[in-house]
Design a protein around this ligand. Structure first.
Ligand SMILES: Cc1cc2nc3c(=O)[nH]c(=O)nc-3n(C[C@H](O)[C@H](O)[C@H](O)COP(=O)(O)OP(=O)(O)OC[C@H]3O[C@@H](n4cnc5c(N)ncnc54)[C@H](O)[C@@H]3O)c2cc1C
Length: 356
């Protein structure tokens, strides 16, 4: 795959990474943003999409998902959607940054797990608490199986399990929300059967949500299987049945066409610890004038960084992203005058925003 050359790379498409892309664009630096999740928005979308946020300046209240949508809309001039595909060419989702290596010319080479390679001049680590990866079942045979899934697709009708037998593992809010999405979705986008597999007959979810799912179970529209997965039968790289240890002490086979694991997400710092900058426990140490790490040209913004007085708040991350972008511009273009310009009055900024 050809190396992609770009001014900057933003690692993480959480709220701070999205605002970082906007600030870099305003300053005339192009960027590519990479995130391990299938959707932009970081914690706001992965952990509290429907909960209200009350302390973003100028936004009296919005939900986590609404904030992510607002940030994407604001960054649109610099993260434009291709009208034909609807995709944002410089936003790479479902991919994790695996390595960041310095280059002889002072830039960096970035490699991702999906095989993308970038050369850039500055890196902005907006990695929050690390890459959000789905928790999985403790059954080694499931690794890499083609019919094991963790996410619901945006269009349910495109799900691989439509018209087939789906087992969903989980008993928390994540799993019950997915059951609701499938049961409330169009009838022709549903699986032929839906079995909810949980280790005990107790769910960890809001009472109204549990009541809805219990009603489907009582009506036989959703089957409930109780047991602890202990193994799996495989054929041609696909799981054909889960072996589950029941309360009776016996192991029972649970046949399936597809397995959807909905046990929540956990952040993994992962390879970030090997990228050469100084860490203080699990945060990247930065200097508070420009949020640069101990490696020149690598910045850390948002929840991932630490400095005296750090607060893990959206507002603080947005401030850090702004100063980091200005600091990087001064370093990358030392001969260019650094006049502060306002978006209200600057013709140049209007041009960059596509307004003039
Ligand atoms: C329940 C809850 C409620 C909150 N309410 C508020 C509130 O009311 N007000 C407020 O100000 N703050 C609130 N916060 C905190 C706020 O959500 C965080 O401060 C904010 O999300 C930090 O943004 P971020 O972009 O730095 O990190 P994140 O939102 O964590 O995003 C980081 C992104 O980086 C990705 N990533 C990490 N490593 C890699 C890698 N190697 N490769 C690819 N991608 C990677 C992750 O997948 C993730 O999507 C709340 C947090 C929680 C959990």
């Amino acid at each position: 795959m050809a190396v992609i050359n770009t001014d900057t790379i933003v690692i993480g498409a959480g709220p701070v990474g999205l605002f970082q892309a906007f600030q870099l664009g305003l300053l005339g630096l192009n960027t590519h943003v990479i995130d391990a999740l299938p959707e932009a928005g970081g914690q706001c979308v992965a952990l509290y999409p429907d909960k209200p946020i009350y302390d973003v300046p100028g936004v009296p209240v919005c939900t986590g998902r609404e904030l992510a949508q607002l940030l994407l809309a604001q960054a649109r001039p610099f993260l434009p959607r291709d009208p034909a595909s609807g995709q944002i060419a410089n936003l790479h989702l479902n991919d994790q940054v695996a390595s960041v290596q310095p280059l002889a010319d002072g830039g960096f080479e970035i490699a991702t797990q999906q095989g993308l390679q970038f050369h850039c001049r500055a890196v902005f680590v907006a990695a929050g608490a690390g890459a959000f990866v789905p928790r999985t079942l403790n059954v080694a045979a499931l690794d890499g199986a083609a019919n094991v899934h963790y996410h619901l697709p945006e269009a349910l009708s495109a799900a691989p399990w439509v018209g087939q037998h789906l087992v969903m593992a989980g008993g928390g809010e994540e799993a019950l929300t997915a059951v609701e999405a499938l049961m409330d979705g169009p009838a022709d986008a549903r699986p032929a059967s839906l079995t909810l597999l949980h280790r005990r007959d107790q769910f960890q979810a809001p009472p109204e949500q549990e009541a809805r799912v219990r009603a489907w179970i009582a009506q036989g529209q959703v089957k409930l299987a109780l047991g602890l997965p202990s193994g799996a039968d495989l054929q041609g790289g696909r799981v054909t049945a889960l072996q589950c240890l029941g309360a009776d002490g016996a192991t029972h086979a649970l046949p399936l066409d597809h397995l959807l694991i909905r046990l929540g997400l956990s952040p993994k710092l992962g390879p970030l610890v090997d990228w050469g900058f100084q860490l203080d426990r699990k945060q990247v140490s930065v200097s508070p004038d420009g949020y640069q790490s101990s490696v020149k040209g690598i910045y850390a913004v948002g929840d991932i960084n630490t400095y005296p007085g750090k607060k893990r708040l959206l507002l603080c991350g947005f401030h850090e992203a702004t100063l980091a972008a200005h600091h990087a511009l001064a370093q990358l273009k030392p001969d260019q005058p650094q006049h502060l310009q306002y978006t209200t009055t600057s013709t140049l900024l209007h041009q960059r925003l596509g307004l003039a």
